[in-house]
Design a protein around this ligand. Sequence first.
Ligand code: PHE
Length: 402
Amino acid sequence: MAGILAMTGHFCVMSYRLFVIRLRSLHATQEHKSARTNKIHSPFSTGAQRPLHTSYLLLSTPNMLQSDLNTIQADALIAIAAATDERTLDNARVEFLGKSGRLTQASSVMRDLPKEEKPAAGQMLNETRQAITSALDDKKIALIAEADALAVADLDLTLPGRTLPAGAIHPLTAMQDRVTKIFRQLGFALATGPEVETEWHCFDALNTPADHPARNESDTFYFDSGKLLRTHTSSVQVRTMEGNKPPVRIIAPGSAYRRDEIDATHLSVFNQIEGLYVAENVTLPDLKGTLEFFFKALYGESTEVRFRPHFFPFTEPSFEIDVKLEATGKEAKWIEIAGCGMVDPAVFDAVGNERGDDAYDSTKITGFAFGMGLERLTMIEYGISDIRHLIENDQRFLTQFA
Ligand code: PHE
């Protein structure tokens, strides 16, 4: 036994299974000897494993077979132990267990054995095959473990991790979040509506006559169905009032679409934020106070805001709102930033007609509405000179806001 262990001594770790297999093969040799004197004392030998049939003991063929098998097994274990990679291990498998391998050749004696000796011989062959197979399996696992260990051998777990570049919120989204937050503090709820809209919600209900230029094919994207891509978020005003009784106090951020020539200040798709407050006794000072508060909250307490009379079909009176921009080294400039006004009674009438009730009775209910472009708000905040930067996804531009 010491001999076999010494031969295979370069096994780093010997599994108990392998150890037993080796013990057994060694023992088989001793048993072979003691069998002749008919003395058998081995803790590994059970009747089932090694039947002591008289003919087995007397005939020389099984004994020779056992001796051959011991040699084959010992050689196999040495070859397996010596394998340094999966390819040499596979060569060993072919040499011993392959179609014309040594064990297969050894089993050819089976043909010539008398019938009553075949089971014992078959068992010997099986045991050898199992011993070699399990040594092959163990070695394969050991080789894989070795390769794994090698792969991480140079890994220094104390090194700091690689930091990934942090993502950031797009400036448009950041601005929308800020605007939403300010209005939510004032009690405005968030509302949404579809971008593919009916002419009624986008124009008719908003008191916009059929011959209004905004409804022109050259200004608006129409579908064959007669629907269109909403040209403003004001359609959400109509949808909100259709579904809710006053008081209504909402903001509706979202995309709008126009057939605009694309340049530094125009895109054919852009974002708006719509606002609507409808209740009893909503007045023009409420509108002014709310929007002045908003622009100061957004751009700073000293921001100057002015309301310039204007015309929108769905508000009366209507205004455009300008903020005064102070760029260092330049003369201060008024920039148009939003449209607003008191909701036109014709809008309440259209909604009331559709609802079939008097919840929006235009003799009792008043309201204000406003709409502004998110891109414009963002460009002013960050001093962006061309609206196209906002949609080009150029990292050199975007990382400045990260
Ligand atoms: N919908 C208008 C536009 O797109 C803005 C606006 C909204 C004006 C609400 C008045 C009231 O220009």
